[in-house]
Design a protein around this ligand. Sequence first.
Ligand SMILES: [Zn+2]
Length: 236
Amino acid sequence: MQLVFREDAYAKSCPATVTAVDERGIRLDRTVFYPLGGGQLGDTGRLRLADGSTIAIADTLKGPAIDEVIHVMAPGAAAPPVGAAVTAEIDWERRHRLMRMHSCLHLLCAVITGDVTGGQVSDGKGRLDFNLPEARLDKDHIEAELNRLIAEDHPVRPRWVSDEELTAHPELVRTMSVKPPMGLGRVRLLEIDGVDLQPCGGTHITRTGEIGPVEVVKIESKGKQNRRVNLALRNP
Ligand SMILES: [Zn+2]
């Protein structure tokens, strides 16, 4: 399966052929749909058939095989026949909000020093958990730093390195809490120019200015060691 979003996060649709259908969902030979993973929600959208009818896609998940993507049909949707030619179309406005928040959470990794223990990119909001036993996080300071990095409009780009390069230069990566998928020969990093570099397979905007202003909604204690920082887009 060809993952179009991996090379072009801005692709809103692509022509594709249905290769398999089962109770979990629909497989295509290529797709723009990002499957749930790396803390980012799966895409929603539709498959458009040659006669103009559409099949609503309610979620996208990873399958058991490498690079396998399962398009989960909305309840009641009729499955297409194997071999059908379709146009796969994502809900672009929603995906763009997910991309803006995902890139913003990478900025947050640069603002707060501490191991990331979890996180989630949702529609218009997102959060990261940091392992910070005694730290007192200053909500206003974090928000000001994030909005400064956004306004500075840093370029954002994927960068592939070999497994060997990453092993030999662990300093390439600031946040190792998200385990890079080693063993495939190369690892995809996400670089925010001069700000952050870490393994990431998610979809991102191309300049930080595209995120727009953000707000630190609240900072919660989740257990002794964990501080959860919740963000929201000001202009979703
Ligand atoms: Zn990421």
